[in-house]
Design a protein around this ligand. Structure first.
Ligand code: SF4
Length: 306
């Protein structure tokens, strides 16, 4: 058990590291994405929102320092702490020259009480030079890198227009872990036409890699995305809350207890969310997951092969 939870939460882990709650501040580093700017494609992933899958960050035209100040102010209404992690969330946050990345990451680190960095990116935007910079930053602060995998199923990855093969993910994971950089994988649960077995296979894959963390998102259909158009035409099966909770509990049982759970639900903007509307009540989803694990008398890792 991790405090009152049956799974290894990020909150638990960061309190252990920093001795108090660490608050994540979402930053828009004003990057773009090779899957949207034409390098790979100009369409983007089928589910990607206008803000590059980061709808709660500040104005991207503001400096990193200003965004951090504003986010601190905003978050202080909810939490009190002196420990902050700057989270580069929108688009692809290693898609730039190493010089520019260095300037942006160090600007964040120079802000008061920023004790770590979280950087979301694509595996095909990780290379040796970037890993050298990340390795340097990792020796000075608490760093983790988030990779948007979503699924290991190549057919689904083509459908969602992810724009890279699973091998690219493996290469990036190897480069990062060889440099002792923490890696978090994102998986989307409920992608069109994926079976429960396929979803569990993706989770098993992460378990075998023994990554530092995982983020699980329910698929969100957001306004003005190509996924919305596809949904309107094809009306594929969206998971009910009960189905989602059941799959999440199965995944938690499969993941070994070292893997830190960064998220168990999605975070869609209410005004943009088309479906599933049940996901807006995050607390209910989380309490249903707790309830189901208790009912099963289960905890994270109970079925892990590691
Ligand atoms: S990689 Fe991220 S930012 Fe780029 S299109 Fe896909 S979801 Fe959007």
């Amino acid at each position: 058990m991790w405090n009152d939870k049956r799974y290894h939460t990020l909150d638990y882990e960061l309190k252990k590291v920093f001795g108090e709650k660490a608050i994540k501040l979402s930053i828009d580093g004003n990057f773009t994405c090779p899957n949207r700017d034409g390098k790979i494609s100009d369409k983007g992933c089928i589910f990607c929102s206008e803000r590059g899958s980061g709808d709660f960050t500040s104005d991207r035209t503001k400096t990193i320092s200003t965004q951090i100040c504003e986010q601190k102010e905003f978050m202080s209404k909810k939490w009190v702490s002196n420990t902050y992690i700057a989270y580069f969330q929108n688009y692809t946050n290693t898609y730039d020259s190493v010089e520019n990345l260095r300037i942006k990451f160090y600007e964040a680190l120079s802000c008061p009480n920023i004790k770590g960095l979280a950087i979301a990116t694509r595996p095909d935007c990780i290379n040796k030079e970037i890993v050298e910079l990340l390795h340097e930053i990792n020796s000075k602060t608490f760093l983790w890198i988030e990779l948007g995998l979503q699924t290991i199923n190549e057919e689904t990855s083509m459908f969602i227009r992810r724009g890279y093969k699973l091998a690219a993910f493996d290469t990036a994971v190897n480069l990062l872990t060889e440099s002792n950089i923490r890696v978090v994988a994102h998986l989307i649960i409920g992608l069109p036409n994926e079976t429960k077995q396929q979803i569990l296979k993706s989770a098993k894959y992460i378990d075998n890699l023994n990554l530092w963390g995982i983020k699980l998102h329910m698929l969100h259909i957001l306004k003005n995305t190509d996924l919305e158009k596809y949904f309107n035409k094809n009306c594929f099966h969206m998971l009910s809350q009960d189905e989602y909770v059941d799959i999440i509990c199965d995944i938690l049982e499969l993941l070994n207890s070292n893997i830190i759970i960064h998220r168990l639900t999605g975070d869609g903007k209410k005004s943009d969310l088309i479906a599933p509307l049940w996901s807006l009540n995050k607390l209910k989803v989380l309490s249903e997951i707790d309830r189901e694990l208790k009912y099963r008398q289960s905890i994270q890792g109970i079925k892990s092969a590691l």
